[in-house]
Each structure stands twice: as C-alpha cells, then as structure tokens.
Write a protein that binds this ligand. Structure first.
Ligand SMILES: Cc1cc2nc3c(=O)[nH]c(=O)nc-3n(C[C@H](O)[C@H](O)[C@H](O)COP(=O)(O)OP(=O)(O)OC[C@H]3O[C@@H](n4cnc5c(N)ncnc54)[C@H](O)[C@@H]3O)c2cc1C
Ligand code: FES
Length: 262
C-alpha cells in the first residue's frame, strides 16, 4: 500500500456550518492512492505547537488530484487548521490505515453521524462508481440540526443519492436518532452497514445489526499520536481479548471484532 509524506497546498477553505470546516488540498499522490475509510495525518503548524499531527478521514478525492477533509473545531489543532489560509502549504502523511471492504453497492447502507459523515461521502462516491443502474447504496445521515446537516446532504444528492436524514432537534428529517431510521427501513441480511460517528451511535448500530444478522463495518476514532502503529496510543479493545491499533489495524473494523461494553 503506497503512503506519502507531502507538503500540499490548501486550495479552498469553506465554512460549512458553525465550527465545521471543509478544506480542499492539492494532494495528487495521496488522493490517487486513497481508499474510502482511510485517513491522513496533518501537521497543523510548521513549529512544535501543536507537536503532534492530527488525524482526519479522507472526505472526498477528485480526479484532478484534490483531497478534502471535513472537520469540527474542538480544540487548538482544529482551531488553527480552520484558520489556515488558501495558498498555505500543509504537511500530510497518508493515506493511512485500513478502509472499508466494499460489497455490492445495492446491498450497502451507509450510516454517518456528526463528523462521522466525513468518510461516508468518499465511500458513497466509490459505490456510485461501481453501481449498476438501479443499485445505489442507501444513505442515512444524522446531526444535531438542519444547519449542520443540510449542506452535507447536498453533496450526497449531487452524487445522485437519496438521503434519509435524522436530527436531534427535528429541524430536518426524522426527529431522533439514525438508529430509529435504520430500524424502520428493515434491511435484509444480505446488506452490509458501513458506519462512522460517535461511539454510542456505532454501538447501537452494531447491536441492531447483530440482532438482524447484518454485517456491519465501523470506522473508529481514537486519540492518535503517530498514526502508523509505532506509539501504542490508539489501542481499541477486542472482543476476543487484547487490543488492536486503530491506526494500523483500523480505523475500519468489523463491528463484531470489537468490545463494545467499555
Ligand atoms: C482516524 C480518525 C479520523 C478522524 N476523522 C475526523 C474527521 O473526518 N473530522 C473530524 O472532525 N474529526 C476527525 N477525527 C477527530 C480529530 O482527529 C480530532 O477532533 C482532532 O485531532 C482534535 O484536535 P484538536 O487539537 O483540535 O483538539 P485537542 O485539543 O487535541 O482535543 C480537544 C478535545 O477533543 C478530544 N479528541 C481529540 N481527538 C479525538 C478523537 N480522535 N476522538 C474523540 N475525541 C477526540 C480530546 O480528548 C479533547 O477533549 C478523526 C480521528 C481519527 C482517529
Ligand atoms: S497512533 Fe500510534 S500506534 Fe496508533
């Protein structure tokens, strides 16, 4: 698997919603090698503050060689990144980790919650490239409110996909959780659910899929220091005992391999 460390140019910065930013970077080698579910480690600033790179899912790539990330401002690193200027060079390492294992597009159901929607767009566009007529994946997206969700839904619609929406405040789509929507659509066991979002959401999806005998892959987000299997900082407990590294064994896992009670 090819990985690169590259200085890449920031070509676009968009504020999608309050504290939610999308960056478009000119990163042809990384974009060409990337698979849905993989991530990049970004050096936030040229100096030592913050010292550690930050991990971000690959949100979308283009045949022109651009790569996008979508993130929420939650601390110093993301705050600085949100203020990066177009034309600035950022150091990226990637693509990293193991991505989703793609099955039949028509038997795929993508469920993204909050910033877990980020890797779902790349996955959806890869499924659309593979899809035959009439075999589009199902997409369920959830967020706190319309302001956060509506702009992201637009990207999936641009791919020709229908989106089932859920919001915490009921301002768009179902008033409640993505799992309520997933329950309602009654998937058959030949489906695979692909999910990324807050851990309680993924735990609920895992348990639902387990009950219905549906395969489920999840992308987990742990705190990461190196992103390459060297620091042991990203351990995730396994059902069979022991730990896996989210950065090198994941971030995508079969949900049934993970221990969800911790
Ligand atoms: C594989 C992977 C992919 C990711 N993809 C995305 C993405 O596409 N979009 C996005 O918005 N975020 C994503 N994240 C999370 C993102 O890396 C963190 O939000 C970011 O590192 C925070 O940096 P900071 O310096 O702003 O915050 P910090 O100052 O480092 O932390 C601020 C707060 O956020 C918490 N935090 C930091 N990292 C994480 C994490 N990984 N999970 C949960 N809480 C965390 C800290 O504990 C602290 O409470 C991803 C994480 C991983 C591991
Ligand atoms: S982040 Fe260092 S081992 Fe995974």
């Amino acid at each position: 698997m090819s990985q690169f460390q590259k200085k890449v140019e920031l070509v676009r910065s968009e504020v999608i919603a309050r504290d939610v930013v999308r960056l478009t970077l000119n990163a042809p080698e990384i974009a060409a090698a990337a698979l849905p579910g993989q991530f990049v480690m970004i050096q936030i600033a040229p100096g030592k503050d913050p010292l550690l790179r930050r991990p971000f899912s690959i949100h979308q790539t283009s045949s022109e060689g651009t790569l996008q990330i979508l993130f929420k401002v939650v601390g110093r690193g993301t705050e600085l990144l949100a203020h990066a200027k177009v034309g600035e060079q950022l150091s990226l390492i990637g693509p990293l980790g193991k991505g989703f294992v793609l099955g039949e597009p028509g038997n795929a159901c993508l469920v993204g919650g909050g910033m877990g929607i980020a890797p779902m767009l790349f996955l959806a566009s890869r499924f659309q490239q593979l899809a035959k007529q009439g075999s589009a994946p199902k997409v369920i997206l959830g967020a706190r409110n319309r302001d956060e969700l509506a702009p992201l839904i637009g990207d999936f619609k641009n791919l020709g996909l229908e989106v089932l929406a859920a919001t915490d405040d009921g301002s768009l789509g179902h008033h409640g959780l993505v799992t309520d929507v997933l329950k309602k659509i009654n998937l058959s066991p030949d489906f695979t659910v692909y999910s990324c979002g807050p851990r309680p959401m993924m735990a609920a999806i895992h348990h639902l899929c387990l009950k219905e005998n549906i395969r489920c892959q999840v992308s987990v987000e742990t705190v990461m220091a190196c992103g390459m299997g060297a620091c042991l900082g990203c351990a995730v407990p396994l059902k069979a005992g022991g730990y896996a590294h989210a950065c090198s064994d994941g971030p995508v896992f079969e949900a049934g391999e993970l221990l969800w009670s911790l």
